[in-house]
Design a protein around this ligand. Structure first.
Ligand code: ADE
Ligand code: ZN
Length: 338
């Protein structure tokens, strides 16, 4: 059945939860593999797409880390980010805060400088080329040791002028936020903003711990807060943004179907929810696709959709450019739904 709605692609939005390695489309993966002489264990792009059936977060992460083998040079990282920014811009993204996973590259012998300089080349021209402002957020892999995270923070030292904040991602269960207390203290001392994945597959307690122990300013995912009314109340009271990723949650089976997603309940509770794409090449959609999907499946009305867009700019790390935030917010208010 054809959707009764017009697409929300033109609605101005910020993307606050996006792993750049998760934007590697099969076509680009094969192109980079050929360029770098890397042999992928998949016959072609169709066969690769067939592998995109995930049972849970770990089964996705296995493929996500495997495909990173094709990313080797500054140019590869620049091409990857450039391709994402073009797609994001076409879906109404005006500002993107981009995660990257340096440990996954350092472990393959790709230097921090190669990753950051490559991404920075694309980000540096993003405004001119795509009309998108950007920030970079360096994530630690929570299934690696705290010592490894601390070494990674040290390795980022020469590039800190390019890095806005730190995050925490990868396999959640069994790797509580407290494991990274000292790393986050060190990051805070360096003036870095702090976010963390919590309450995606892990329990609501991880959300509380990320706030209390790591001092995070936003929770990535966080949808399992819905299981704890007292936590929801706290998140509302403290205006803690959640960077929700609805299509990701369906693909990784965090929710059974989109219609079961807690987004409407969390919005009704007064939570500062945002909608993001996480790993769009793997989960079937970029930011605008996620907006369209939640509207379709959850029947959010125009004011709720406008609120989601407004929240994305309110929750963005734009404190160094409030004029820009004001401009983006004005674009959201001026947006005419059709
Ligand atoms: N790394 C990339 N995507 C992720 C996700 N959704 N959760 C945890 N780690 C990730
Ligand atoms: Zn994520």
């Amino acid at each position: 059945m054809k959707s009764p709605y017009h697409s929300l692609m033109p609605l101005p939005k910020a993307e606050l939860h996006l792993h750049i390695e998760g934007t590697l489309e099969p076509e680009l993966a094969f192109e980079l593999a050929a360029r770098n002489g890397v042999v992928l264990p998949h016959a072609d792009t169709d066969a690769l797409r067939e592998a995109y059936r995930f049972a849970d977060l770990q089964s996705f992460l296995n493929l996500y880390y495997e495909l990173m083998a094709v990313l080797r040079t500054e140019r590869d990282f620049a091409d990857l980010a450039d391709a994402y920014l073009a797609r994001a811009a076409a879906q109404g993204v005006r500002h993107a805060e981009i995660f990257f996973d340096p440990q996954a590259h350092l472990a393959r012998g790709v230097a921090m400088g190669t990753v950051v300089e490559g991404l920075w080349a694309a980000l540096g021209r993003a405004e001119e080329r795509h009309g998108v402002s950007t920030r970079l957020i360096m994530c630690f892999l929570r299934d690696e040791s705290a010592a490894s995270a601390m070494e990674t923070l040290a390795a980022a030292g020469p590039y800190l002028d390019r890095i806005t904040g730190v995050g925490l991602d990868s396999a959640e269960v069994g790797h509580p936020p407290v494991k990274f207390r000292e790393v986050y203290e060190a990051a805070a001392a360096l003036g870095l903003r702090r976010v963390a994945h919590a309450g995606e597959e892990g329990p609501p307690e991880y959300i509380t711990e990320a706030l209390d122990v790591l001092g995070v300013e936003r929770i990535d995912h966080g949808l399992r807060c819905a299981e704890d009314p007292a936590l929801v109340e706290r998140l509302v009271r403290e205006r803690v943004p959640l960077t929700l990723c609805p299509l990701s949650n369906v693909r990784l089976r965090t929710v059974d179907t989109l219609a079961d997603h807690p987004l409407p309940a969390l919005l009704d509770a007064g939570l500062m929810c945002t909608v993001n794409s996480d790993d769009p090449a793997y989960f079937g959609g970029y930011a605008g696709d996620n907006f369209d999907a939640v509207r379709e499946a959850l029947g959010l009305d125009r004011e709720k959709l406008r609120q989601l867009a407004r929240n994305s700019f309110l929750a963005a790390f734009l404190e160094d450019d409030e004029e820009r935030r004001t401009r983006y917010l004005a674009e959201v208010e001026a947006y005419a739904f059709v």
